[in-house]
Design a protein around this ligand. Sequence first.
Ligand SMILES: Cc1cc2nc3c(=O)[nH]c(=O)nc-3n(C[C@H](O)[C@H](O)[C@H](O)COP(=O)(O)OP(=O)(O)OC[C@H]3O[C@@H](n4cnc5c(N)ncnc54)[C@H](O)[C@@H]3O)c2cc1C
Length: 358
Amino acid sequence: MAPNILFLAHVSEDGTTLPKVAYEVLGSALDLTKQLGAALTIGLVGSSVAAAADSIAAAGAERILVVAGPDFAQARYATDAAAVEALCRASAAELIIAPGTSRFMRVLPGVAQRLNGSVDSHVTTLEAVNGEVRATRWFYRQRIEGVIRRDARPWFLLVDSGCHAPWTGASGAAKVQEVAVTLPPAATRTVVTGIRAPKSDAQTIRPDADLLLVAGAGWTKKQADGKPHIAEAEQLILGFLHASGASLGGSKSLVDQSGENQAVLQFMTHLNQVGQTGSTPRHPKGLSTCCHGEEPHVVGWRFINERRAVNLDPNCGWARGKADVLYVADAFEVLAKLSAILAEQKRSVSAAGAAPER
Ligand SMILES: Cc1cc2nc3c(=O)[nH]c(=O)nc-3n(C[C@H](O)[C@H](O)[C@H](O)COP(=O)(O)OP(=O)(O)OC[C@H]3O[C@@H](n4cnc5c(N)ncnc54)[C@H](O)[C@@H]3O)c2cc1C
């Protein structure tokens, strides 16, 4: 018999819609539902869920169950776990598919435990083979792809972003069923008093960006005049990020420099590191600058579709089949020129009255 499937989402921080990854995972859940000939229930959590429910009213779910109210506005383990547990029980779902947001990553394993089920995170694809559900995820730094089958139910699947095209459809007037949750006083004991976050300009890691800009150690090395130009490098990189909306990655050599008390780019941290011992971000395009393109770094480019690099050295690693295009050029000059072109484009678009494209 086809299983009951519950797609779970929480409203985004602005409280109006769902996070982008939720629409992607909804697309994946709908595909699986169709393959299994099953029925999909949607479960939503948030302070006010009406606008988010309307945005997916046309997705074709049998029911939309919601847990709503001020107690569920912000991420908090006790209230989120109670909300998710109530939605799972109300839907009697055997498969629970949810976006791998930090809010859900924290809570769903605990709820799986309460319901005597199983959970898998960082899922990249879901499909039905002969009526059986298979989930895939990467292991060992994206070198081994595992296919997971489980007998345990309920089975919670937290799906990563960037793995499925988002579901799109017109919004409508959603009919929702409210699920009541009685919270013990202890559940609301933890109060979020504020959020300390870096200034938005300093937030250089942008998983949804179309472009990944990678900066390598070359930016801090002596240049043609025999001197390093750190301040200029900082200004060029930040200026380009600002103009392009790109996400910033770094090579290990560059991010390690701060730990070695060398002159460094102030905004570069170990979180930016791409590679074998760093991250494996997903972006449609990548531009590497002042980075040699050695294998332990390039292994982190596995999910970057179109790769270009700027390096002074025509024999660098990128030239050896690791990039689609290598510009043998000075990255200081290239980035200055690129930022000037982007600024000019923005000026002409805003003069024409339209929103600038990224
Ligand atoms: C077990 C292990 C794990 C590792 N994991 C990682 C990892 O996760 N990520 C990672 O990045 N590395 C990793 N490394 C290190 C990796 O092998 C390289 O040492 C590192 O990536 C080199 O960084 P880089 O290319 O920025 O620096 P460099 O090798 O110093 O290269 C700098 C480049 O800048 C170029 N350059 C200089 N000035 C300019 C200019 N004006 N314009 C254009 N180009 C210029 C130079 O030609 C040179 O090619 C790992 C190594 C090991 C052994």
